[in-house]
Design a protein around this ligand. Structure first.
Ligand code: PRP
Length: 213
């Protein structure tokens, strides 16, 4: 398997955008276009490339342990997972913002550094933001999705979550109160692969970089 470069993609829209970009850079995988397939791993024998699809938070794990040489994942996940990988390229798509959101009445709680409850899928990002940047003591409650429910059912005062179009917030009577950071898709590389497969890895990075707008 050492002759192959293995690339971990984030399932869903990010994977489609990544394959589009890789296609422009001259890398492709016919096998991935087979409709209705339940296959998890796809190979391009000619280019000695393997691709697999994983859940976002698992992509940095596969890359850190060398199960994938390269991964493409949102910077929100990279910050949250804090894995030992090299982040080599900002791919410029999958753009959104990590924000503190809540109802208008929660705005004051943020200004006066009050003890509040925060519901989020990103406990590490929330901790770093409130404790280290804002110096505000908060109670962080981890959820696995639909975190907008938090303030609605009184589980928490605010949420820390990604905002793309803002429509989920709007439809649930919430708003952006503070911005934590911008998010976009990044290419990450396994630290050993960078040394041991230098030529191929660098070539892929260079060819993809040349295709970025
Ligand atoms: C994400 C995020 C927000 C929503 C933001 O959720 O957690 O809920 O998208 O997008 P918008 O600003 O365009 O409305 P996702 O769809 O990943 O589902 P989840 O809430 O179950 O995690």
């Amino acid at each position: 398997m050492n002759d192959y470069i293995t690339i971990a993609l984030t399932k869903g829209r990010l994977a489609n955008r990544t394959m589009e970009l890789l296609g422009k850079a001259g890398y492709y995988c016919e096998e991935m276009n087979e409709k209705g397939s339940r296959k998890l791993i796809f190979t391009n024998e000619e280019q000695k490339l393997r691709f697999f699809l994983a859940k976002g938070p698992d992509v940095p794990t596969y890359v850190e342990y060398g199960a994938a040489d390269i991964g493409v994942v949102g910077s929100d996940i990279i910050l949250e997972e804090n894995r030992r990988v090299y982040e080599v390229l900002d791919l410029g798509f999958g753009k959104c913002r990590m924000c503190v959101c809540g109802p208008e009445k929660a705005r004051e709680l943020l200004q006066h550094h009050e003890m509040i409850r925060v519901t989020t899928k990103y406990p590490n990002i929330a901790r770093e933001y409130f404790f280290n940047r804002k110096h505000q003591t908060v109670d962080i409650i981890k959820l696995n999705g639909s975190v907008e429910l938090g303030p609605i059912v009184d589980l928490g005062d605010v949420i820390v979550d990604i905002v793309e179009t803002g429509s989920t917030l709007k439809e649930n009577g919430l708003m952006v109160l503070e911005e934590v950071c911008g998010i976009s898709a990044r290419m990450i590389v396994n630290q050993v692969s960078m040394q041991m497969k230098t030529r191929r890895v660098r070539e892929i990075i260079r060819n993809v970089r040349d295709c970025l707008e």
